[in-house]
Write a new protein. Structure first.
Ligand SMILES: *[C@@H]1O[C@H](CO)[C@@H](O)[C@H](O)[C@H]1NC(C)=O
Ligand SMILES: *[C@@H]1O[C@H](CO)[C@@H](O)[C@H](O)[C@H]1NC(C)=O
Ligand SMILES: *[C@@H]1O[C@H](CO)[C@@H](O)[C@H](O)[C@H]1NC(C)=O
Ligand SMILES: *[C@@H]1O[C@H](CO)[C@@H](O)[C@H](O)[C@H]1NC(C)=O
Length: 172
């Protein structure tokens, strides 16, 4: 797991520094005391990869390849009767960047990330850790954005696994 974590850290910083809008600067500070009070926006980031398939962007440390065009859903269970969901499609490198509209209400402990859809019929079986059916969302850092401070949370790398018919799994 140590190597996976360092791979992830590397991916996050690379993508954050080079593929995000201007003014992006990742810091590894802890959340502001008192929660999200002073954040002006909230973002949820992460990646979707296909485990043990080798195609464009293959990462040997993770033994997985990034999936562009996958759909991820984030659902926050603020109240059992009224969960709030948003969906986002992964872009280049399997990366997604979701702006969560309600900054004040957002609480990562009440939110989970779900693999919603894979564009690959040969790699569409969700793999979650800890026998779960969803992934947790954790604090990742604070960024200076044009109109204040953005709290960034991460769902990490969400994995699809190949179906038994994975003849297309190793296409470059
Ligand atoms: C939020 O901003 C106000 C005004 O700048 C400051 O006094 C306060 O300490 C900040 N709160 C937190 C939790 O950082
Ligand atoms: C899985 O469980 C371990 C031990 O409780 C925890 O440290 C880890 O963060 C969990 N990972 C995920 C993705 O839930
Ligand atoms: C945001 O920018 C201000 C002013 O440039 C700076 O003092 C502060 O440390 C920055 N915060 C972060 C989280 O980068
Ligand atoms: C497996 O996938 C290949 C390529 O899509 C297809 O030609 C073949 O018919 C599939 N085999 C089975 C048993 O579904």
């Amino acid at each position: 797991m140590a190597s996976l974590n360092s791979v992830l850290l590397g991916l996050f910083s690379i993508l954050f520094l080079f593929s995000c809008p201007s003014h992006s600067k990742v810091t590894t500070t802890h959340p502001l005391k008192g929660g999200s009070t002073n954040y002006t926006s909230t973002a949820i980031i992460g990646f979707v990869f296909c485990k043990s398939c080798k195609f464009r962007g293959y990462n040997s440390n993770m033994d997985a390849s990034p999936i562009t065009g996958a759909i991820v859903r984030v659902t926050c269970y603020y109240s059992t009767r009224n969960p709030v969901s948003m969906a986002i499609t992964t872009g280049k490198n399997g990366f997604f960047y979701l702006i969560w509209p309600n900054v004040v209400k957002f609480s990562p402990k009440k939110c989970r990330a779900y693999l919603g859809w894979s564009p690959f019929s040969f790699c569409k079986l969700p793999i979650y850790q800890n026998n779960s059916i969803s992934a947790p969302i954790e604090f990742n850092g604070v960024r200076n954005v044009t109109r204040g401070l953005q709290a960034v949370y991460s769902a990490g790398v969400l994995l699809y696994g190949p179906t038994s018919n994975n003849t297309l799994c190793h296409v470059p």
